[in-house]
Design a protein around this ligand. Structure first.
Ligand SMILES: [Zn+2]
Length: 383
């Protein structure tokens, strides 16, 4: 009977209702002119009643969250210029205005608004926090790190020390860069990005022994659920080196001295083996084995990973791929299989444990909800 669903006629009023709904528009699709008038009217209605001002400020923040920065700014401004507005509300409105500007990318104006908010009595620690974030967005990583340190937030402090180190590396200031990385780890020993940068640099310097030593320390210091980031990040650097080495390189290229895959596998695998059995460490270990053609041991490690977590799709997929050629399949079957396997490889493997955002690249600060170190591996399709 399912065909009836498709052959069923649309109700006769359908098109008319659709047009009426479109014409009415609703709040979101009101022309800008009308919205401005509405905001103006709302601003007249809202007196110094604390609750109403709160609602008004919340309305502006709602616009900001929708990316409608201009409207948000308009709301703050109409509050700020109101004669007789209590200082507390003026401070709040200026503060929110600063955040609107920052969101809109007007960083200088954001800074000015925050300074004004402070002069009207807005909580200095809240302003300090915003200023730290502004510095980070400007690329002033040293200042950002210092500010987060003063705020007693070692994780973002360490993160921006790493960004500072990356800038130093870019400019050839290797010793300053390494100092910044050590500083990051001292500030926050679980700074997975700092350990990863140290791993990458030792790999690029051709020192496999050091890669192994850093990995051993890092696996002990980083939160267990974030350890995969070290292996994923290093793998991405190995892949990048492979791409770079496939092209003609200049004498000053940072990729000319990298370790061989064999040296990395030889140094790293004993470190992974020395850890408590873990589904992701085993799987990444197997991937390093596959890079050097050690298929038999890779299969053993993948099977161990599946014993720990039978639903771990990626280990299953790799094992399947490795045994594909042992099977006798019809051409039709082979074609279907390779279709599904290539689709499965496109699955975004990482997600934010806080807001659920899915990504195929590692991140340290969630691009959507701004949580720190909330990345997780999708070991299960339900995640
Ligand atoms: Zn998130």
């Amino acid at each position: 009977m399912a065909w009836k669903l498709f052959s069923r006629k649309k109700p006769s009023g359908f098109d008319k209702n659709l047009k009426a709904a479109r014409d009415a528009g609703g709040g979101e699709t009101l022309p800008v002119q009308d919205t401005r008038a509405a905001i103006e009217e709302l601003s007249q209605v809202v007196k110094n009643d604390p609750e109403a001002v709160e609602i008004y400020l919340a309305l502006g923040s709602l616009y900001r969250s929708q990316g409608e920065i201009e409207r948000a700014i308009q709301i703050r401004n109409s509050l700020i210029v109101r004669p007789g507005l209590e200082r507390e509300f003026k401070a709040r409105a200026l503060f929110e205005l600063g955040r609107d500007f920052r969101r809109g990318g007007f960083l200088d104006r954001a800074e000015k608004a925050f300074q004004e908010a402070r002069s009207y009595g807005q909580d200095p620690s809240v302003i300090h926090h915003e200023m730290a974030r502004l510095a980070a967005e400007r690329g002033a990583y040293e200042l950002a790190a210092e500010s987060y340190g003063q705020l007693g937030l070692p994780l973002p402090q360490a993160h921006y020390l790493v960004r500072l180190a990356m800038d130093f590396f870019e400019e050839g200031g290797d010793s300053q860069a390494h100092r910044a990385l050590r500083h990051a780890i001292r500030a926050y020993p679980g700074a997975v990005e700092a350990w990863l940068e140290q791993l990458n640099r030792s790999y690029m310097a051709g020192n496999a022994r050091k890669v192994a030593d850093i990995m051993r320390d890092a696996l002990n210091q980083v939160a267990p659920e974030l350890r995969f980031v070290l292996l994923e990040g290093l793998t991405q650097t190995l892949n990048k080196a492979k791409r770079e080495l496939g092209q003609p390189l200049g004498d000053d290229s940072p990729w000319t001295k990298v370790c061989s895959d064999e040296a990395i596998a030889e140094a790293l695998l004993p470190v992974l083996q020395g850890q408590e059995p873990d589904v992701l460490l085993l799987s990444y270990g197997a991937m390093f084995m596959l890079r050097v053609g050690d298929i038999e041991n890779a299969k053993i490690w993948l099977e161990k990973a599946l014993v720990l977590r039978p639903s771990f799709w990626l280990a299953r997929l790799e094992l399947f791929e490795l045994s594909k050629d042992d099977q006798t399949l019809t051409p039709f079957y082979k074609e279907q299989l390779s279709f599904f396997m290539s689709r499965a490889r496109e699955v975004r493997r990482f997600y934010c444990g806080r807001c659920g955002l899915k990504r195929d690249q590692i991140f340290f600060n969630c691009p959507r909800c701004r949580s720190w170190h909330s990345i997780a591996f999708r070991t299960d399709f339900s995640q």
